[in-house]
Design a protein around this ligand. Structure first.
Ligand code: XUL
Length: 539
């Protein structure tokens, strides 16, 4: 029975999942996680991030990621699994982070010595000891410079899938080239976290896949190759420092002699790694247009597969390459559980009382713009919830207005994806709340399922490994078949939309958009609209 290993190097931890697939039988046979802070305290990270005085700067240690990889491979080797059945490995990594290798890297990674630990052998291969990661927001100047050089935000969004974002790799590379011209000059290769770790497994300089390359502001979405103008606008002689871009299901090599001799692994295929969001797309079963996932976590995220690379004209959403060869749209809302907890705490409610208040209160023309913290979508830099048609003496109304606002905002700001949403796979902590999921179904007019996947990125990576192994030549294996039995929603959790409520929410969405425009100083007072909607109560 072939085994497939998926690894996920996230901000705080490294997770491994091994799946076994044989005709009808499919199961997860191994799952393990290690937290960087706990397993590797010598690096001094907090939640996987190195301590910094400037809150805008966020970096981590690439040697730590490599050491974690070795610890995890040792765990897999000692798991009791029949290692000889391991057919392929793929990986997922936090997006945007960059790893700067010096000129000795390419030869050194090909000749790792199995008698010595990995970390000691790679310590000297970096042109920069630290890697900036996705939580870094220190590159506002570089974003502005790149945007101006390329003809504006819209141009950049259209070509690369996103306007310039501070955490994206291009602006990060530019900042390094300005701050440390010597370090930049000594850089022979700029890897992403994903391609760096794939290189260590294959013992060769690995390519990046379009899923992760689209998080750089450097890739042309349509051709899935580097966009020369963006590369030139970012940093000098950058083209020669970038890896190649290869399709997600590329087998980049086999496990190198290092892993085979030291741990007894076979010559399993190493499949290109991708970003955690593209891997989660697969791990949540979103291999067809029309299904989206909504993750209700600290922040709320909506993402789904798109056949066409449509982009968000308002500049808040992202388009990444999908591991299926299609595209994926993703929009992130910072005020997710953060806002839900805030309202619950302010009202002194338990979660049960919060759900009861939601159930007991029908939707109405009362709106909270839930910007308790500065918001990503839409971009709001000054924190503070804004209220319309709502007095503060209606606590139950607050709960309803908040959840309505969050769902309506997600529906509104994902319209750019042009996807007719039929099914939603809900994940994340708050997806356990049925009252919230019913609101989601009513607002989107879609069927909602709860999805019980804890490590969707690692699972997605394992499924990508299986898919690459089952594909032959140009013919890719059928994605629906690959994910079957692994990334399926729980049938018993199915929720149907209420048509009457959905009709009401379609109207409310227009009012919400008007309130948002007003609050952002881009539109007239929405009170007349609110009054009009208030005349149409709904039960
Ligand atoms: C996506 C993003 C995060 C990281 C987290 O654009 O920045 O989701 O990928 O690992």
């Amino acid at each position: 029975m072939p085994l497939y290993l998926g690894l996920d190097s996230s901000t705080q931890s490294l997770t491994a999942i091994v799946i076994a697939i044989e005709r009808g039988r499919r199961q997860v046979v191994f799952e393990s996680s290690l937290s960087f802070d706990e397993a590797l305290p010598q690096y001094g990270t907090t939640h996987g991030v190195l301590p910094r005085r400037d809150p805008r700067v966020a970096a981590s240690s690439p040697v730590m990621w490599a050491e974690a990889l070795e610890l995890m491979m040792a765990r897999v080797a000692a798991s009791g699994l029949d290692l000889m059945q391991l057919a392929a490995i793929a990986g997922s990594a936090q997006q945007h982070g960059s790893v700067y290798m010096n000129a000795t890297w390419a030869a050194a990674v090909q000749s790792l010595d199995p008698s010595r630990v990995l970390a000691d052998q790679i310590r000297h291969l970096f042109a920069r000891d630290e890697s900036p990661i996705w939580m870094d927001s220190s590159t506002a100047d570089e974003c502005a410079e790149i945007t101006a050089a390329l003809g504006g935000e819209r141009v950049l969004a259209k070509r690369t899938g996103s306007r310039a974002f501070e955490r994206f790799t291009g602006p990060q590379i530019r900042r390094f080239s300005k701050q440390s011209p010597e370090g930049y000059q000594a850089t022979a290769r700029v890897h992403l976290v994903s391609s760096f770790l794939a290189s260590l497994l294959a013992g060769d300089d690995a390519p990046v896949d379009p899923g992760d390359a689209s998080g750089m502001n450097l890739m042309d979405l349509a051709s899935q190759d580097w966009w020369d103008e963006a590369v030139h606008a970012t940093a000098p002689r950058l083209r020669e420092k970038l890896p190649t871009i290869a399709p997600s299901r590329t087998v980049v090599g086999t496990l190198s002699p290092y892993w085979r001799t030291r741990y007894g692994f076979p010559a399993a295929k190493v499949v290109a790694w991708s970003g955690d969001n593209p891997c989660s797309l697969i791990g949540t079963g979103l291999v067809k247009e029309g299904r989206v996932a909504i993750s209700l976590g600290t922040s709320d995220t909506i993402f789904g597969l798109m056949r066409e690379p449509r982009v968000d004209a308002t500049g808040t959403g992202h388009v990444f390459g999908a591991p299926t060869g299609d595209y994926m749209g993703l929009t992130c809302f910072l005020n997710g559980s953060l806002a839900r907890e805030r309202v619950r705490n302010d009202l002194g409610m338990t979660w049960t009382a919060f759900s009861s208040a939601l159930d007991a209160t029908p939707p109405s023309a009362r709106i909270i713009l839930p910007w308790f913290e500065p918001e990503i979508t839409p971009a709001v830099s000054i924190a503070g919830a804004r209220r319309y048609g709502l007095s503060t003496s209606e606590p139950r109304g607050d709960v309803r207005a908040l959840v309505d606002a969050q769902m309506v905002s997600m529906a509104l700001h994902s319209r750019w994806m042009g996807v007719n949403i039929e099914t939603i796979h809900a994940t994340g902590g708050a997806a356990a709340n049925r009252a919230i999921l019913q609101t989601m179904a009513d607002v989107f007019g879609a069927v909602v399922y709860q999805l019980e996947v804890a490590n969707s990125a690692a699972l997605g990576a394992a499924l990508r490994a299986a898919h690459a192994d089952m594909s032959s030549g140009d013919a890719g294996a059928d994605w629906d078949e690959v994910v079957q039995g692994f990334a399926e929603p729980i049938a018993a959790t199915r929720l149907e939309p209420d048509d009457r409520r959905h009709d009401f929410y379609r109207v409310l969405m227009q009012v919400y958009a008007a309130c948002e425009a007003h609050a952002l100083g881009r539109g007239p007072n929405p009170e007349p609209l609110l009054k009009q909607v208030a005349m149409t109560p709904i039960s």
